[in-house]
Write a protein that binds this ligand. Structure first.
Ligand SMILES: *Cc1c(COP(=O)(O)O)cnc(C)c1O
Length: 352
């Protein structure tokens, strides 16, 4: 048996990806032209399936881009007028803020700690609010409810949400924000090199006001090309095809979400009640992510667990950023199988 990856990205891909790759090669998908009818059919089906399986509202539009990082750039160039405000508690939210600040110097950071919830305040400055729904670096999340409250208090701000390590794993209320994005190498269970960017009608209106047209990935160009289910550049056709295949057999997000939550609950009881030495980095249950678990322990313990896990055929995620040496991470993504989780739990019993 090979190593099972519990790394929270790039992560375990669905085992059926092997067959889809073979089909793609056999059926020559790997060399089709991105302006051909064949590509347009694949693209159109994929967009339809994203709406259907993830519950994306009909009036929200979906675009193919190359990564979450590119989405940060598109938002900064095409959607932020003068100033965005970034509410974050971890390394990815901070990186997004720093990246945006280089493009829009007026950008402001509103950090909060990982032991507290995001506060849905009413903002009197800024035109765009940026939040990281699932902070992959420390295993915390912002609930749909808090995003709804933030939206209600800031009806004139655009709200952009990084859902890279939760989209396709948990149910997101897309109507509560204007821009959502995720790359596919996390919860989608696919190889890296593709991301989806989802925009509300208000986001498109904003793009028209900003009228940014200096870059190939300006949202207005992406939108124009998407009218024909195409992209402004030669896209990752294989990635889009694999996404289509995975979505075709995916359960509706409500169902997936409830599986993820019940698996998370098992992990929660494991670490909270059975273990003294391995603890959630986030103390409060209310802020913990359901898809990425960050587990804290003394440095030597973390090293010991990771090394032994490797020997036993499990790849655990390293700690990230300031929690690099004092945590390890466990992905709770849909592509991971129930029996694999049971095996990892059995293994971890030796270290609690
Ligand atoms: C992984 C990750 C990113 C970066 O994704 P790329 O596909 O490498 O651009 C951004 N934000 C979050 C929350 C992530 O987990």
């Amino acid at each position: 048996m090979g190593t099972v990856s519990f790394y929270p990205g790039p992560s375990r891909v669905y085992p059926k990806v092997k067959r889809y790759l073979q089909d793609a090669y056999r059926n020559n998908i790997v060399s089709i032209n991105h302006r051909s009818d064949e590509f347009v059919e694949i693209s159109k089906s994929t967009i339809r399936l994203l709406h259907e399986k993830l519950n994306v509202p009909d009036d929200y539009t979906i675009y193919f881009v190359s990564s979450a990082t590119e989405s940060w750039e598109i938002i900064a160039q095409s959607l932020i007028k003068e100033q965005s405000i970034h509410l974050f508690n971890g390394a990815f939210g901070k990186k997004w803020f720093e990246y945006t600040a280089r493009i829009k110097p007026g950008t402001t950071a509103k950090p909060f700690t990982l032991q507290e919830k995001l506060k849905p305040a009413a903002f009197t400055s800024g035109d765009t609010l940026c939040i990281t729904q699932n902070e992959t670096s420390n295993g915390t999340q912002v609930t749909n409810k808090l995003i709804q409250q933030l939206h209600a208090k800031n009806p004139n701000h655009l709200i952009a949400v990084d859902a890279t390590s939760s989209m396709a794993g948990i149910e997101l209320d897309f109507t509560s924000a204007d821009v959502w994005f995720a790359s596919v190498q996390k919860c989608f269970g696919l190889p890296a090199g593709l991301a989806v960017l989802i925009c509300s009608p208000a986001a498109l209106k904003r793009a028209e006001q900003v009228n940014h047209r200096q870059h190939y990935n300006s949202l207005l160009y992406l939108h124009e090309m998407m009218q024909q289910y195409q992209t402004t550049y030669t896209p990752n056709v294989l990635g889009i095809y694999l996404l289509k295949c995975v979505l075709e057999s995916a359960k509706p997000i409500k169902k997936v979400s409830s599986t993820i939550k019940s698996r998370y609950k098992k992990w929660e009881s494991f670490f909270d009640t059975k273990s003294n030495q391995l603890n959630f980095l986030a103390r409060s249950k209310a802020v913990r992510s359901h898809t990425v678990l960050a587990i804290e322990a003394p440095v030597a313990k973390v090293q010991q667990v990771k090394a032994a896990a490797k020997e036993a055929g499990f790849l655990l995620g390293n700690g990230y950023g300031e929690w690099k040496n004092t945590t390890f991470r466990i992905a709770n993504f849909p592509a991971i199988q129930r029996k694999e989780i049971a095996r990892l739990m059995d293994f971890l019993y030796g270290f609690i």
